[in-house]
Design a protein around this ligand. Structure first.
Ligand SMILES: NC(=O)CC[C@H](N)C(=O)O
Length: 224
């Protein structure tokens, strides 16, 4: 069975939901601890949402320099699938695995509501969707405005690395309505909205989020 690590930092909120999403998809979640530079032989890693280290300095800035992120960056650069959700996306950008940055929402308000996303790229974490498919998942963040310089944004678009775009003007002011991006090899993906909160029909909203986790499992099983 594929083993997918889920990291817990001080201040992480969504590790339990991320582990459940991994389990619902049919993989084994493995708890990884921020202070251990040890990935325990996992096949993929989820960096979940929350307020790691209290968002001090900048969201994700301290977590990006914690012991566990050393091997995550190394493995991500070598092709291991890594998914950063919300604070996890902020951490992956701060760690240099993904380009650009997440800054305070325009209007400076925390945004907490369901959003529509268009899947725009076939990656390790989106192969269960069709390109162009629209999904609905919750967004809950105060520093969710994706920014990068124009050359980086042009390159991301030209290389098919904009993975998710809001289907409405970005509620946080993200440039070009970008909700999620990937590494050049499509294995490291970060997004601001929360697919792990949309996996169970009983609680909703919908189950669209599960597709990210079934996608990576399919990829890992095909590679095995
Ligand atoms: N839900 C989250 O992961 C919150 C992310 C981050 N701390 C923010 O508010 O932007």
């Amino acid at each position: 069975m594929s083993r997918i690590g889920v990291i817990t930092f001080p201040g992480t909120l969504d590790d339990v939901d991320a582990a459940r999403a991994v389990r619902y998809a049919g993989a084994e979640p493995v708890a990884l601890w921020h202070d251990d530079a040890d990935l325990q032989g996992v096949d993929a890693v989820v960096v979940p949402g929350g307020f790691s280290y209290g968002d001090y300095l900048r969201a994700g800035a301290i977590a990006a320099r914690s012991p566990v992120m050393g091997p995550v960056v190394e493995a991500g650069r070598a092709g291991m699938p890594v998914l950063g959700i919300c604070n996890g996306f902020q951490i992956l950008c701060e760690a240099g695995l993904l380009p650009g940055a997440l800054v305070r929402n325009h209007g400076l308000r925390f945004v907490c509501r369901e959003v529509g996303l268009r899947v725009e790229a076939d990656t390790a974490w989106t192969s269960s969707f069709t390109v162009g498919q629209e999904i609905r998942v919750p967004l809950k963040s105060g520093e969710g405005r994706y920014v990068a310089d124009a050359a980086t944004l042009d390159a991301l678009e030209a290389e098919g690395r904009v993975v998710f775009r809001y289907t409405e003007p970005a509620p946080n002011g993200a440039l070009r309505d970008i909700a999620g991006i990937s590494s050049a090899d499509g294995r490291v993906v970060g997004l601001m909205p929360h697919p792990e909160h949309a996996i169970d029909a009983l609680t909703g909203p919908g189950t669209d989020g599960l597709g990210l986790f079934t996608s990576v499992l399919r990829r890992l099983t095909a590679a095995a």
